[in-house]
Design a protein around this ligand. Structure first.
Ligand SMILES: [Zn+2]
Length: 115
């Protein structure tokens, strides 16, 4: 999943499909387009990718569903490590806009590309 990070208020929010999500201070916003893969975010936003599988595995292990199976890396204090990364500014899946508002073209990416 993609997370929106605001450098001003340090808020982190999950991007949602076709729903504009704003940080606590309102400086950054974003949403997934209709295809669920491409996203639109504010020009100043940082986008963080969080590996869904590592999150699910860590959840299963911390909730007791799986125990001590060694599938999630653990640090020196016994905390489980999650995989996350900062998405590149020129990622083809992220469009940056000054004003983040849904447009008709955002609902259906293939229709937008088709003209
Ligand atoms: Zn903010």
């Amino acid at each position: 999943m993609k997370l929106l990070f605001c450098p001003q208020c340090q808020d982190v929010r999950k991007l949602r499909k076709l729903i504009v999500t704003r940080c606590q201070c309102g400086a950054v916003a974003g949403f997934y387009k209709g295809d669920g893969l491409h996203a639109v975010v504010s020009t100043e936003a940082m986008v963080v990718g969080l590996d869904n599988r590592s999150l699910a595995r860590a959840y299963m292990q911390t909730s007791g569903f799986l125990r001590d199976v060694g599938i999630v890396p653990v640090d020196d204090e016994g905390d489980l490590r999650l995989e996350a990364w900062a998405i590149s500014l020129d990622s083809p899946r992220i469009e940056r806009r000054e004003e983040v508002e849904l447009t008709r073209a955002d609902y259906n990416l293939s229709a937008a590309e088709g003209g």
